[in-house]
Ligand binder design. Structure first.
Ligand code: GDP
Ligand code: IMO
Ligand code: MG
Length: 422
């Protein structure tokens, strides 16, 4: 069977966790393919909220297999806390969670390196989540990384110390003030590794090859296309391929094994951290999105910057990923807006363009908007597509006409049940 992909099309936090949870009943296996605990995927059901960072969002469904793929970077300390919370809900993690031996580990010194690098950049900092993501992927591509499978060797602590000693020299190189107790961090790491070792490690690519014969698989992305290391707003991006190609390398799946590509976007746009954001709002409309949408990072708690939907960027993301079906999230947040704007092009260096230029932070770049009438009906009470207000239908039809991809889900609230299928 083909592997379906689910990806964020903006700067992350589109609502991937919610939709993976909603779709899990249709799949046998859910697999995360990149990123790490920089992600925060929120699930809401039975009146409770759960935030997952490393564990795939299918974990609360019985009899499903959840896999952390080789493209993911894992912090055992964070994973241990995550597992603890899930086990408290009665989930038997040892039956339903497997980890790829080829996934890389985030060491405490990777986190320190992330902090040192950010501090040294001053006001030009990336605004990273400080989870050690960049330095861990740097060690991976630099061929110095520490992998899950290394933990199966008796010599793993030797390798750990070699790498962390090297990191210490690099931290000193940054010449910034960092307050840390390395001994404490080492011990915390060692303790969490003992718990990590209780989880089943697998050769995930072989597992997928076998499973594809008769099992349905949903690959869960983290972050969003505009944070992709190659195609995002570099250097204000994360350190992995968040786009469809990342699912192939992050799980070991051939491109011709990919089935549907589900692209998720918010009915508006948000971004956490630094970097260009052409449609960002600094007025009452932006404040309202932030307040009604409760736009605070699920991992860091930082306020998310808010703005209108950028259709130029969204088209780009759909093309890069080969999106086959779209899902529009947080539609309810726009209820009560007297007008809704969508960016359909940019003024740029004296001309009008309809593509993403090399540098989105170019000061001459200015969005051109189309305007739509808002609606006032409470969407959260609706459960059928026929109930959707006329003005919302006009907004949806416009987006579908422009993107030439059907919007198959309109999400109208954080809860699993607040999902309208079209
Ligand atoms: P992810 O990283 O893509 O999984 O998204 P996050 O969990 O970081 O952020 C999405 C936030 O929006 C979470 O707090 C969700 O509970 C919430 N959410 C998801 N879908 C909707 C929706 O349709 N409406 C509203 N109001 N909130 C939603
Ligand atoms: P989910 O999966 C939103 C952002 C950070 C920062 C940049 C680099 O929940 O959508 P990093 O720690 O990766 O080196 O930070 O990327 N970022 C996210 N923004 N959602 C995320 O994940 C993010 N993961 C990283 O804020 O700007
Ligand atoms: Mg998130």
């Amino acid at each position: 069977m083909k592997v379906d992909l689910l990806l964020g099309l903006q700067w992350g936090d589109e609502g991937k966790g919610k939709i993976v949870d909603v779709l899990t009943s249709e799949y046998d296996i859910i697999a995360r393919f990149q990123g790490g605990p920089n992600a925060g995927h929120t699930l809401v059901f039975n009146g409770k909220k759960y935030v997952l960072h490393t564990i795939p969002s299918g974990i609360f469904h019985e009899n499903k297999i959840n896999i952390i793929g080789n493209g993911v970077v894992i912090d055992p300390v964070i994973l241990q806390n995550e597992i603890h919370k899930i086990e408290n809900e009665g989930v038997d993690i040892h039956k339903s969670l497997f980890i790829s031996r080829k996934a890389h580990l985030i060491l405490p010194t990777h986190r320190l390196l992330d902090a040192a690098s950010e501090k040294s950049k001053g006001k030009n900092k990336i605004g990273s989540t400080l989870k050690g993501i960049g330095p861990t992927y740097m060690d991976k591509t630099g061929r110095n990384g520490f992998r899950i499978g290394d933990l199966e060797s008796d010599e793993w602590k030797k390798k750990y110390y070699e790498l962390t000693n090297k990191h210490q020299k690099l931290i000193d190189f940054y010449e910034v003030d960092l307050d840390y107790d390395l001994e404490k961090l080492h011990n915390e790491f060692f303790e969490s590794v003992e718990n990590l070792k209780k989880i089943k490690f697998i050769d995930s690519e072989s597992f997928f090859m076998k499973s594809m014969a008769n099992k349905s698989i949903l690959a869960e992305g983290a972050q969003g296309s505009l944070l992709d290391i190659d195609f995002g707003t570099y250097p204000y991006v994360t350190s992995s391929n968040t786009t469809a190609a990342g699912a192939c390398t992050g799980l070991g799946i051939a491109p011709n094994s990919v089935g549907d590509v589900f692209g998720i976007f918010k009915a508006y746009t948000t971004r956490v951290g630094s970097g260009p954001f052409p449609t960002e709002l600094f007025d009452d409309y932006g404040s309202r999105m932030s307040k009604v949408g409760n736009e605070f990072g699920a991992t860091t708690g930082r306020p998310r910057r808010c703005g209108w939907l950028d259709l130029v960027a969204l088209k780009y993301a759909c093309k890069i990923n080969g999106v086959t079906k779209l899902m529009m999230m947080k539609t309810d947040v726009l209820t009560g807006f007297d007008k809704i704007l969508v960016c359909t092009g940019y003024r740029y260096r004296g001309s009008i363009i309809h593509h993403l230029p090399f540098d989105l932070s170019d000061t001459s770049l200015e969005p051109i908007y189309s305007q739509f009438k808002g609606w006032s009906e409470n969407l959260q009470k609706m459960n059928n597509v026929k109930q959707l207000p006329g003005n919302l239908n006009k907004y949806i039809s416009f987006l579908e006409d422009e993107l030439k991809i059907p919007i198959v889900i309109v999400s109208v609230g954080p809860d699993r049940k607040e999902t309208i299928f079209r």
